[in-house]
Design a protein around this ligand. Structure first.
Ligand SMILES: [Zn+2]
Length: 382
């Protein structure tokens, strides 16, 4: 028991010291000791350990207030990296981040969605390029996290079903084990929820993320952890039914929420009433920004339905924060009031003061969430 407590204290001290080093550019051991109220001996032991791992380094002598010179140390932010890889129906997106969670490199490759094997080839080529460019090895690279728009078996790194990528029961992790670093496969909405939660973790314990891209997903963070469900299938918000015998959904069923609220459905709705058809969500965005009345009307009707979906979520889980984001980000900027109105219109059980519906900071939160997960784990667990 004493042993457990001892290692727990050691872990907490180390975490606190790294936390402070992440905030400061340069700092002396004495200042660390003073600020964190940890004995100088403990600070020194930890710093020696962190130096041997290449995590901190000496920088220069600093004139301390007492006139004595002291060596300042700093975090070597480029001693560890991690990589996020997002598989989307049109792009492969890769981000490399360092220990300070700064984005060091970003790669974006457009593809024709000709099947998962073709995507694997593109990813392998580009990962190998990054690994070579930054001289990453199994010590420097903490892990690679794949973001997938579909259900996954997180434990085993398997894509269970991602119809947007035409992939079913596909072991993605297995294909990258040769890189000899930890490989994780997670759902896009989970990773977005994780990222948005990291940005608010001092204020919140729970957060829901409604992801609107080619599909409609939901990421659930409960007590600071991603909730995956007993069968890895939680958060399939897109496929709850909102209409009996309604619109056909890409999953094969009818009347799913996604059939009315994905980015695709927004374009379809516009094309149904417009004289000239559009084939890209950016064309819709352009029309909306220019004040096209039809585009505004279609978007407002769409938000009415999305609000119903969000209202259902609030009824079931009673969260204090729901973040909405994805490819819809730019369109939602001026329309959050309308979305909130729709979500609370027929809800006599709770109101806006209890649950804040917010717009995501970035439309690609999933990529940042993926890239940051191994770093966060490294900073937390060690
Ligand atoms: Zn469906």
């Amino acid at each position: 028991m004493i042993e457990v407590n001892h290692s727990k204290i050691k872990e907490t001290n180390r975490k606190k010291i790294i936390g402070l080093l992440l905030e400061r550019n340069e700092i002396t051991k004495l200042d660390i000791s003073r600020i964190l109220d940890i004995s100088i001996t403990t600070v020194s032991t930890n710093i020696t350990e962190l130096k041997s791992e290449g995590i901190v380094e000496d920088v220069r002598s600093l004139e301390s207030t007492g006139g004595r010179k002291a060596i300042a140390i700093k975090l070597n932010e480029n001693c560890r990296y991690s990589i996020g890889v997002a598989l989307t129906p049109n792009h492969i997106k890769i981000s490399l981040v360092n220990l300070k969670k700064e984005i060091i490199d970003n790669i974006r490759i457009r593809h024709k969605n000709n099947g998962i094997e073709e995507l694997i080839t593109i990813i392998k080529e580009n990962l190998e390029l990054i690994i070579k460019k930054y001289e990453l090895n199994d010590k420097k690279l903490l892990g690679i996290v794949f973001s997938v728009p579909g259900t996954v078996d997180f434990e085993n790194g398997i894509i269970k079903y991602a119809y947007l990528l035409k992939a079913k029961a596909f072991n993605l992790k297995e294909r990258f084990l040769y890189l000899n670093v930890p490989i994780y496969v997670d759902n896009e909405a989970n990773l977005s929820a994780y990222y948005e939660f990291l940005n608010r973790k001092d204020m919140l314990k729970n957060l829901l993320y409604v992801s609107i891209t080619d599909g409609l997903g939901l990421g659930i963070v409960i007590d600071g952890k991603i909730y995956r469900g007993d069968n890895n299938s939680s958060g399939e918000l897109g496929h709850i039914k909102i209409s009996i015998n309604g619109k056909k959904c890409k999953c094969g069923a009818k009347g799913c929420l996604e059939a009315y609220t994905s980015m695709n459905s927004l374009m379809e709705n516009y094309n149904e009433v417009a004289e000239t058809h559009i084939s890209d969500i950016y064309e819709f965005e352009e029309k909306y920004i220019k004040g096209n009345e039809l585009a505004i009307k279609v978007l407002e009707e769409y938000l009415g339905i999305l609000g119903i979906g969000i209202s259902n979520l609030i009824m079931i889980l009673d969260p204090s924060c729901i973040v909405v984001g994805g490819d819809i980000n730019n369109l939602l900027k001026d329309k959050m009031v309308l979305l909130r109105e729709s979500a609370y219109k027929d809800n006599s059980f709770t109101n806006e003061n209890n649950c804040n519906i917010k717009l995501a900071d970035f439309k690609e939160s999933y990529l940042l969430g993926a890239a940051m997960m191994p770093i966060e784990e490294f900073l937390q667990i060690k």
